[in-house]
Design a protein around this ligand. Structure first.
Ligand SMILES: Nc1ncnc2c1ncn2[C@@H]1O[C@H](COP(=O)(O)OP(=O)(O)OP(=O)(O)O)[C@@H](O)[C@H]1O
Ligand SMILES: [Mg+2]
Length: 230
């Protein structure tokens, strides 16, 4: 479903070059659950931004469902991003002047879904995520865990094939963090491909594929519930 080939991304600061991604290869099958771990600065967010078409590589190829998306222009990339990819960030990135319900509804408004179609979808998701009592609240009136649930609802309201989460529990206590991970795993169980960046080894261990990055490279991958190294 997803193939990255020899993906490179560098940043230049003064006369220093940082290889945030260094000839990175990766294949992800539909429905996979991957965690990405590694030290700060190892390239985890850069990898996620590439997968999410938020950023473009300097070189290399990115195939998404047999489409060479690394060659698309900005407008085409935005289309692919809106139709097929959902994002969840550590800091939620909700719009504070909108209610929880309006935040969740926004992607459907932006793609011109008519009100009579989008309302039931939004209400169903609000129910399912246990947000019924908070739907009219604005983000600052919600707990961190509730905000992240709203952010997840917004990310999946258009039923993307790929869900990318960059340290989604980074601002949460362990209890709400575990809830958020369980929700993401539930969505993965329904077939959505999930890539989760985390600093928490206990959370990372839960994924079917655990990637370990260092200096823009894949250092190690483990699969399944064993500790066997590939
Ligand atoms: N916009 C940018 N300009 C300059 N350098 C950048 C930029 N974005 C990332 N980098 C550099 O690229 C490298 C990889 O950064 P990245 O954010 O992907 O790391 P990370 O693994 O997500 O780290 P963290 O765990 O701290 O979030 C780092 O050395 C970082 O300083
Ligand atoms: Mg990061």
């Amino acid at each position: 479903m997803i193939r990255l080939e020899q993906l490179c991304k560098s940043y230049h600061l003064g006369n220093e070059t940082v290889h945030a991604l260094d000839r990175f290869d990766l294949t992800i099958e539909s429905g996979d659950y991957l965690s990405v771990m590694g030290p700060s600065g190892s390239g985890k967010s850069t990898l996620l931004n590439m997968l999410g078409l938020l950023d473009t590589p300097d070189s290399g190829q990115y195939w998404l469902e047999s489409e060479l998306v690394s060659e698309l222009d900005e407008e085409q990339r935005a289309r692919v991003r809106n139709e097929r990819i959902g994002f969840v960030f550590q800091a939620y990135h909700l719009i504070d002047r909108l209610t929880a319900r309006e935040n969740i509804e926004l992607p459907l408004i932006l793609n011109s879904t008519p009100p009579h179609e989008r309302r039931p979808q939004v209400e169903q998701l609000i129910d399912r995520l246990g947000l019924s009592h908070h739907a009219d609240h604005r983000p600052h009136q919600l707990s961190g865990g509730q905000r992240q649930r709203v952010a997840i609802a917004r990310a999946v309201i258009r039923r993307p094939a790929l869900l990318l989460a960059d340290e989604p529990t980074g601002n949460l206590d362990s209890h709400s963090g575990a809830d958020v991970i369980e929700l993401l795993e539930e969505l993965n169980g329904e077939g959505i491909t999930l890539v989760l960046v985390t600093h928490d080894p206990n959370m990372g261990e839960r994924a079917g594929r655990r990637l370990w990055m260092q200096d823009g490279c894949l250092r190690q991958e483990r699969r399944g519930s064993d500790n066997a190294q590939r």
